[in-house]
Design a protein around this ligand. Structure first.
Ligand SMILES: CC(C)(COP(=O)(O)OP(=O)(O)OC[C@H]1O[C@@H](n2cnc3c(N)ncnc32)[C@H](O)[C@@H]1OP(=O)(O)O)[C@@H](O)C(=O)NCCC(=O)NCCS
Length: 144
């Protein structure tokens, strides 16, 4: 059974700490309110990822596995859980920005696109406009 669960409000401070330790931006979490899933092991929050929806598209964002728990399939489990949640919400296209995990997402069928090819609502998001460096690549996957 998947260890991935929908995150609760009580998980948010630990999620924020996990993202910060992975070098991912957290500045827009209060305003963007992405929908998180997370994994706990032995009481500690060890993996998380989120969807930020924009109609039939969504940003797959804020995904991290704690350094001591990488390479055990948790990243894969988070991606699969987020894609399942996206399909249930009738999201047709997932977009993400990443600096270092391009090959990880390519294994899941994500393809590199120009930022300008992303839906305009996503381009207007804080993550796109100011938080993720311009060196981050943009990737997309069609779900529907
Ligand atoms: C990217 C990340 C989430 C992967 O998590 P993980 O739990 O280690 O991933 P998994 O164990 O599920 O890995 C599954 C497979 O992907 C591979 N993989 C993991 N990270 C990879 C990477 N950065 N590049 C290429 N392949 C990668 C693994 O080797 C494994 O392959 P295998 O099944 O053939 O052995 C994790 O490295 C991380 O938190 N990175 C820092 C934050 C980040 O970059 N987030 C993404 C931007 S939102």
């Amino acid at each position: 059974m998947s260890p991935v669960r929908a995150a609760s409000a009580e998980d948010l401070s630990e999620i924020r700490a996990l993202l910060e330790s992975a070098g991912l931006p957290t500045g827009d979490l209060p305003s963007a309110q992405p929908e998180f899933v997370a994994v706990r092991e032995g009481g500690a929050l060890v993996a998380a990822g989120a969807l930020q929806r924009f109609g039939t598209s969504a940003l797959l964002r804020s995904m991290a596995v704690s350094a001591g728990h990488r390479g055990q399939g948790l990243g894969d489990a988070i991606v699969l859980a987020l894609e399942r949640a996206a399909r249930e919400a009738r999201v047709e296209r997932l977009i993400l920005l990443t600096e270092t995990a391009g090959p990880f997402f390519a294994r899941h069928g994500y393809q590199v696109i120009e930022r300008s090819e992303a839906p305009v609502e996503l381009q207007a998001s804080e993550e796109f406009r100011s938080l993720c460096p311009s060196s981050a690549i943009c990737m997309a996957k069609q779900l529907a």
